[in-house]
Write a protein that binds this ligand. Sequence first.
Ligand code: FE2
Ligand code: FE2
Length: 291
Amino acid sequence: MSTAEGTTVSPQGTLELRAWAEQILISDSVATKLAPVRPALLTDSCPGPAVRLVEPTRPANLQFAPRRSAPNMPPASRFNESRQRGIAHHIMANHELQALEVMAWVLLAFPDAPAEYRRGMATIMQDEQRHTRMHIERAAALDVPFGSLPVNCYIWKKAQSFGSLLDYVAGLPLTFEGANLDHSLQFEQWFLEAGDRKGAAVMRQIHHDEIEHVAFGWKWLRLLKPEDATEWQTYCAHLAWPLRPEKSMGDLFSSSSRLAAGMTPEFILELENFREGNAKPAARAQLKDNP
Ligand SMILES: [Fe+2]
Ligand SMILES: [Fe+2]
């Protein structure tokens, strides 16, 4: 049975995680990809065989554009222009949509993941749907409708190298979402300086949720890591170039957000040692030696 948004639900109203992931990845409708689901109705009794989709289906105006053809993030100096803020929301809507698509991809690629891991992913996916909708709404309000600009595939392409649950944890929650702990605060500031309180409020909400998303990554890093390896060693060992610790941080570095996500002071110190232009040579050598 299908709802108005094209969601596949059972006669009892339940929705299998696999079916939900498939509709996010295979539907060419943004409304269907972002259709809210009731958490209590999500079931996971048939995770099915492992499937690795090469590309998500998207509407014609949101196809991944060739490299370097999507607009760059506007600098702080241009946030006083409403169109530039709209472009920023458009870029971030595509980031959020890719995060949702990658998470759906993980549900299909790793059906044997612990049930709690899959359930945790589903909760985060609902946040990513909401984040995408918030950015789309603000972009449209600033006369930049979603799909009116080329979009990149950076996050999706990097996810194609994930071969294990730990690869995902290191790559997406602890690197891309880790960096967004800083970026969301930075953008909140830029929106506020431009007098755009609505844009700032979106960034504040996303920052708040992102702490939980990074906490998910941290929790599973600790649960899945080898007993004789540290969190830092495991994190580095599961990053595939060009992902590296520097990519998990913005210009502004929020230690308190990372502490709130559960990271230890030791791990945060390792990260700080890796900040762009601030890496200790010994630490870099250690990373390169990792498989
Ligand atoms: Fe998000
Ligand atoms: Fe997130």
